[in-house]
Design a protein around this ligand. Sequence first.
Ligand code: LMR
Length: 334
Amino acid sequence: MRHLFKGLLAATALTTGLLGAAVTAQAAPMVIKFSHVVAENTPKGLGAQHFAACSEKKLPGKVKVEVYPNSQLFNDEKVMEVMLLGDVQFAAPSLSKFQSYNPAMQVFDLPFLFDDLAAVDRFQRSDAGQGLLKSMQDKGVLGLAYWHNGMKQLSANKPLMTPADAKGLKFRIQASDVLSAQFDAISAAAIKKPFSEVFTLLQTKAVDGTENPWSNTYSQKFFEVQSDITETDHGVLDYLVVTSAEWWNDLPDDIRQGLSGCMDEATKVANEEALKIALADRQKIIDSGVSKVHALTPDQRAAWRDAMKPVWQKFEGVVGKDLLASAAKANAAK
Ligand code: LMR
């Protein structure tokens, strides 16, 4: 009888164990949300898609990565806040969106600081640039990678060959005090608005112009509501891929390592595509004939630089002299 009872107990334990194992095997994958504001056929869009596909391949059944482009889920004004609450796990706001997390991040917005995207890349890879990735952990934000988009152009309904051409115009800008000062410096008005509103603002002429890299101007169709784009290359619009430091550090090791490897892969994809997409989208805009693209002579560009460069001095204190010098040095290290 005793044997029979023991046997029954063992059988029950075995069944429960098997059922438990089956339940574990079928446990739902961890849902990871990546929210961003641009189109899918942009460097950030492609990087996010690659990250999702790679993660699901490397961690089969363990993670499901959902990418929400085009501000479908959140705009940049909200996404960091909800990321820290756990509603999304990854975002890649532009570098202009971090001033309240670390004022030194404003270095990236200083006009005419970087000669080109290669200089931006050198600075991002330098010790100073890498240090910024981890500089916001006390606010809960961990930077995992820089992703490029490109150098910005000015657009309006007139050519902007000299700073005086922009005088009195209203420009939509990202939520950045440096960008606001940049337009103050040329006696233009700057209005901080979310990216998702830019097309309508331009279309309804609530603003006269804006600044954007080629891929945003093309993919969001801004060129269809701006008659002229002036090739100023006056600043950079790149991204920081961020996650919640707490969420990241609490992940099981295998998942964190898998995601980290995929972040490296996705970074390569986004950064290799950025320049190609910029050139291709610039050409598509020219070919469309809808908006005219104007090149600046070296003298005209120098006049823009002279007009905007005083902004550096204004922000040197918050950004830090050393960081500013490291960023400027990236131009020389060709
Ligand atoms: C903007 O707000 O203009 C940009 O940050 C959009 C983007 O992510 O490229």
